[in-house]
Ligand binder design. Structure first.
Ligand SMILES: [Zn+2]
Ligand SMILES: [Zn+2]
Length: 455
């Protein structure tokens, strides 16, 4: 066998997320995603003990937290390390979607490495950078190239075809990569039980038609998992019925980037004659994504949406108390006083960081819908935070509900996808249950952190 195609897993092997997969074929070298593991830093950093802005990769190399690979990182990141800066030998990095476990370590890369991402992914990245400049930063890249579904991108002799999939964030893609060994399919993160499942169906059809040599499939939900097996439509129905029977204000928490969930909550509010109240950040996110997502309401124009302004410096709700981007939404302003007066009129988006507003709103007979990942409600590591949430609910006598479905395909759907795409070789990634894939396919290769699989 001459010139095997090599896959090296610097992240995403036997863990959910952190995908960072090097594909080498002849002289071509590309990365599939460049994310940060969910448990990144957990063993060495804690609250006040965090790397500072001045720190480079020396801190992460010390603990083996990022691969010590030459010709990859930027000069400034390597300055205080014992790895010498050299011109990179990576031809491209392909990003599947904008979740941190797929994109967050882009900021370490040398500026000269070309980075490819979907136009929707890029819009989300820009939007989050504006509202959370310190947390959301992909760094500088001289060549940032935006693709759309169906493009065929040439990198040396490789052809990479991004195809949209449905996930819990817009702008998510899988890739078909045409290598010297034959086509290789990389799913990214995907699901089939939401309103945009036709996107994933199209990806599966094209992947199957390519008759791939290998399939790298995400397996987040392969084992048992705490997520209920709802479809997004069932989640919407559940939220609607909670809102319908509520005698007070309804609070709902979900990720701002989960636009399908936004539609579910928005529809539940409108059908019950309630105004949906979002904060200024959420209003900005909706505004930024409107030209990319069909049917997304215009915050300034839509009577069903109001924008919550928290009390700030002067306490008088005047423009100078708020950032420039927030001021645009002042004509749609509601404050705690408005909400307190007529509580049954509203459904408010409200995360953990907005619990403080309850002190001012003084909710009576209220309901709180937790419409986000249930890992937070299950995991031991969140116990302290969860206790605080429960205490607030009890203190204000708020009824607590859950309504959620996963952004990832169920075990049942994963099996269907494997059978339909029918690859020669199956490589389970983005899962803690890679072993469960054995028995589903005749040639399963198990990825291991830092190790190479030759095809
Ligand atoms: Zn992921
Ligand atoms: Zn994801």
């Amino acid at each position: 066998m001459s010139n095997p195609v090599k896959l090296t897993f610097y992240g995403g092997a036997n863990e959910i997320g952190g995908n960072k997969i090097l594909l080498e074929d002849r002289d071509a070298r590309i990365y599939l995603d460049f994310g940060q593991s969910f448990d990144f830093g957990e063993d060495y950093f804690y609250e006040w003990l965090q790397p500072r802005a001045a720190n480079g990769l020396e801190v992460y190399f010390e603990f083996g937290m990022v691969p010590k690979t030459p010709r990859l990182y930027s000069r400034s990141m390597l300055e205080l390390t014992d790895l010498k800066y050299e011109k990179p030998d990576i031809d491209a990095v392909f990003i599947s979607h904008s979740h941190s476990d797929h994109i967050d370590h882009l900021r370490f890369l040398d500026e000269s490495i070309p980075v490819y991402m979907g136009h929707g992914t890029h819009r989300i990245v820009e939007t989050y950078h504006r509202i959370y400049p310190q947390f959301s930063d992909i760094g500088e890249h001289e060549s940032l190239r935006l693709f759309k579904s169906g493009d065929k991108i040439k990198v040396k002799h490789l052809i990479i075809e991004p195809i949209h999939v449905e996930h819990s964030i817009p702008g998510a893609y899988g890739f078909i990569i045409h290598t010297s060994k034959g086509p290789l399919v990389y799913t990214g993160d995907f699901r089939l039980h939401g309103p945009r499942s036709a996107l994933t169906q199209e990806f599966i059809e094209k992947a199957a038609a390519a008759k791939p040599y290998a399939l790298l499939i995400e397996g987040t939900r392969m084992g048992s998992d705490p997520e209920t097996d709802y479809t997004e439509a069932e989640v919407e129905a559940k939220i609607e019925s909670i809102v319908k029977s509520s005698k007070g204000m309804v609070f709902a928490y979900f990720s701002m980037s989960n636009i399908d969930r936004f539609f579910s909550v928005y529809n539940a509010a409108v059908r019950n004659g309630r105004k949906l109240v979002v904060d200024t950040r959420f209003a900005y996110v909706l505004d930024s994504l409107r030209d990319k997502i069909e049917g997304l309401p215009d915050v300034m124009d839509d009577d069903n949406i109001l924008v919550y302004f928290r009390m700030a410096k002067s306490g008088k709700f005047v423009p100078q108390d708020y950032f420039i981007y927030e001021r645009k939404y002042m004509p749609k302003m509601v404050t705690y006083e408005d909400l307190a007066k007529d509580q049954r009129k509203y459904l408010m988006h409200s995360g953990f960081n907005k619990l403080m507003e309850l002190v001012y709103i003084q909710p009576k007979d209220a309901d709180y819908i937790y419409a986000s990942s249930e890992h937070f409600l299950e995991g031991e590591e969140n116990e302290a935070e969860r206790t605080v949430l429960e205490n607030w609910m009890r203190h204000f006598k708020v009824r607590f509900h859950k309504a959620h479905c996963s952004g990832h395909a169920s075990r049942h759907d994963l099996i269907q996808v494997i059978n339909t795409i029918d690859p020669k070789v199956l490589i389970p990634i983005h899962t803690q249950r890679a072993g469960d894939f054995k028995g589903l396919h005749k040639d399963v290769r198990m990825p291991e952190e830092g190790r190479t699989i030759e095809l």
